[in-house]
Design a protein around this ligand. Sequence first.
Ligand code: SF4
Length: 337
Amino acid sequence: MTSLVIQTAFLGDVVLTTPLLEALAGRHGPVDVVTTPAAAPLLETHPAVRQVIPYDKKGRDRGLGGLFRLARTLRAERYEWAYLPHRSLRTALAAWIARIPRRVGFHDGWRWLYTDVRSRATESHEIDRLLALAGADTRLARPSLHITIADTAATEGFLREHGIGADFIALAPGSIWGSKRWPYYRELAERLAGNGAIVVVGGPEDAGLAQDIVKAVEGGGGRWRAASGCGTLTLRQSAEVIRRAAVLVTNDSAPLHFAQAVDTPTVAIFGSTVPAFGFGPRGPRDQVVGLDGLPCRPCSAHGPPSCPLGHHRCMRSLTVEDVLHAIEETGALRRRD
Ligand code: SF4
């Protein structure tokens, strides 16, 4: 009996759902997952997943036509159980229209469309909250990603092509939410360059920022190496870059969760959001940088596109020195001396 999980939220949310997929797969075998086309490559190699069903909710499948098409596909599979971690009316409706007999969702979602309602804990990590959907209690579970031999070979080729050796630091300066972007990655990269090469990871939308960082590092007399994989590396290749890095410095965004999945020490910079929302790093060496005592912080669940007060003090007050200190605290660079 194959179970279905519908998770069409952001990339980071999909990564955080992998412990739930593993818990379900441990009971009845690999599960099917509906997710966005962007997130599909993160799951299609995962051993807890039988098949990924892409749902392009903002493109080809948008609107009622796409919703009914998805429901028809799901109905044909005759699932017994559907797990609905995302608080989305669209996906709850799809499972209901598909007449999946058991539909499990959270109390703060669309209760009238679920047959089994679980309460969503407010104070635990998102991974544990999602595991509660399956009634599993796996404290300190970590997400996982499965990188193929081809991904590894492509990543090695990318690093070789850019003259990056074994010792490098990964930076992920992007976030779709402007208020979650720390503005001093370029200055940080210049300070870090003497410790090893710099590799910037992110999506195509981060390519301009990444090029600024690369130029700043390589402009230092050509002594230091830097490369950008933004928009050129796939998601799994980016995860492989992060896996090989000594440490990742990131905002509260998807690469943070990639690093958790591949067990790389992480420095996570939080601005308008806080780790108490349940999306912080949980490795023993990981560090969080954030400004305590700012009355306006946190200002929204996801982080607004820009600071509603205009000053963006939650991020602007965090200095390069603060982040360097956090990197030092991970021990990741010390260990390589
Ligand atoms: S309102 Fe405060 S917490 Fe929100 S973005 Fe602005 S400075 Fe940061």
